[in-house]
Design a protein around this ligand. Structure first.
Ligand code: ATP
Ligand code: MG
Length: 428
């Protein structure tokens, strides 16, 4: 035991857990690739202003900020979208449009740790820059939906809204623009008491009911008509109808309208969406995204942008909760030399197997057969290859199926071929 512990809110991902993360990450990457996104990677720390420029206050309070040796203020990234937009402005403004990129990486927020909420966590995300809003929004929702269904999470709810609905409604109240973020924030957190108090502060308590009624509208497309009854005809509502038409043509199913989705960050400008896995309880949101304006905040030309980010830790948790059968199997072959004379042939065999891309591990501890087999079992090796001195003298070895315990003597020279056939067979 050491006196050192992981910092609060961080974890060591041990092999079994890491295997689950790797599976989730592989499937997410695969979805992005199938949709024509190309992966990028940006630094884990950036100039603090990159995040203070426009992110919501909550994220700024949550940031890890430090001065580097040159006395510059740096922050560990609390999210990755800002970095992608900075990268676009630095390097890609001349690249052909649209720019479709995806990323995977760690983010850092000084939060109160609990199940599904960490101080270092992992995000998968994607952004489209430079395509029209409708096309981008539909593509991003389709990708999020595809990526999540590829994972096989059982209980997903995809809720889509439009920030313009609440914004346009706010225009017809007495609340000045500076007062909007606080009201939108209380709508995001569904704290309607707080929202009402804010309206009252501006002498407009009467507006509060309309907003809470709208914020609670949730359901199929028919909700758009109900919203129209409260807010009147609105471009944002017509836009959502058109977006749903396009998504239907793309074969995306199971979407809900949720007028109350306004997202925490201030840089969203149009469509906004969130995905929940209710089995996760309080920390149920696994994905958030929408159309945003960041390039101009960073001093660039405006560019239409839509993106989302998913919490990989929560996706792994959701799969664990539903009893997902993760494949935690180890190597195909565990080679066990018995006796000094067996070591050289064992080394040769392991090298040959690895050369043929058959995952192979080798007993390094000189243990007897039963102890070596116990270790192979713990590591979930699929087969053991036992090299005994007497067998070797006749050019033979024994292949043991670790699941059934069946053993078969085999010619040493045939082992690679036998494994290639076994692997082929088990993959079918
Ligand atoms: P929450 O309301 O749960 O704090 P958020 O709105 O702050 O989420 P985003 O900034 O949209 O989250 O980040 C995208 C996704 O990253 C979230 O939907 C969530 O799955 C995940 N996420 C955010 N913060 C954390 C965290 N501290 N630990 C683990 N996952 C997180
Ligand atoms: Mg948060």
């Amino acid at each position: 035991m050491t006196e050192y512990q992981v910092p609060r809110g961080t974890r060591d991902l041990l092999p079994e857990t890491m295997a689950k993360y790797a599976l989730v990450e592989r499937k997410l990457r695969e979805a992005a690739r199938l949709f024509g996104f190309r992966e990028v990677r940006t630094p884990t720390f950036e100039a603090t202003e990159l995040f203070t420029a426009r992110s919501g206050d909550s994220i700024i309070e949550e940031m890890y900020v430090f001065s580097d040796k040159g006395d510059r203020s740096m922050a560990l990234r609390p999210e990755i979208t800002a970095s992608v937009v900075r990268m676009y402005l630095n390097e890609m403004t001349k690249s052909p449009k649209p720019i479709k990129v995806s990323y995977l990486g760690s983010c850092f927020r000084y939060e109160k740790p609990q199940t599904g909420r960490f101080r270092e966590f992992f995000q998968f995300g994607a952004e489209i820059l430079g395509a029209p809003a409708l096309e981008s929004d539909a593509e991003m929702i389709a990708l999020a939906s595809d990526a999540l269904s590829r994972l096989g999470i059982a209980d997903l709810v995809i809720r889509i809204g439009q920030i313009g609905i609440m914004r346009q409604m706010l225009q017809s109240t007495r609340v000045p623009r500076e007062g909007w973020p606080a009201i939108l924030h209380s709508i995001d957190k569904k704290e309607f008491g707080q929202m009402e108090a804010a309206f009252e502060d501006y002498g407009d308590g009467g507006s509060s009911d309309k907003f809470s009624a709208l914020a609670e509208l949730k359901g199929g497309r028919e909700v758009l008509a109900e919203a129209r009854e409260i807010s009147g005809e609105m471009e944002a509502l017509t836009y959502l109808s058109t977006l749903f038409d396009r998504l239907e043509k793309m074969g995306v199913k199971g979407l809900t309208v949720d007028v109350g989705v306004v997202r925490g960050l201030d840089y969203y400008t149009g469509m906004v969406f969130e995905v929940d896995s209710p089995s996760l309880g309080a920390e149920k949101q696994v994905c958030g995204g929408g159309a945003y304006a960041l390039a101009e905040v960073f001093g660039g030309e405006p560019i239409q942008s839509t993106g989302f980010a998913m919490g990989i830790d929560r996706l792994v948790l959701a799969l664990e909760r539903q009893g997902y059968a993760f494949d935690l199997s180890g190597v195909w072959a565990y080679v066990i030399p018995l006796g000094e004379k067996a070591v050289a042939p064992a080394l040769g065999l392991a090298a040959e197997m690895r050369m043929a891309e058959i995952s192979t591990d080798l007993e390094m501890m000189g243990r007897n057969l039963s102890k070596a087999l116990a270790y192979a079992d713990v590591c979930k090796a699929r087969y053991a290859i036992i090299l005994g001195e007497r067998d070797l003298a006749a050019g033979n070895a024994t292949i043991r199926d670790m699941k059934t315990g069946d053993q078969k003597p085999t010619k040493l020279t045939e082992i690679v071929k036998i494994f290639q056939a076994l692997i082929q067979h088990e993959k079918q």
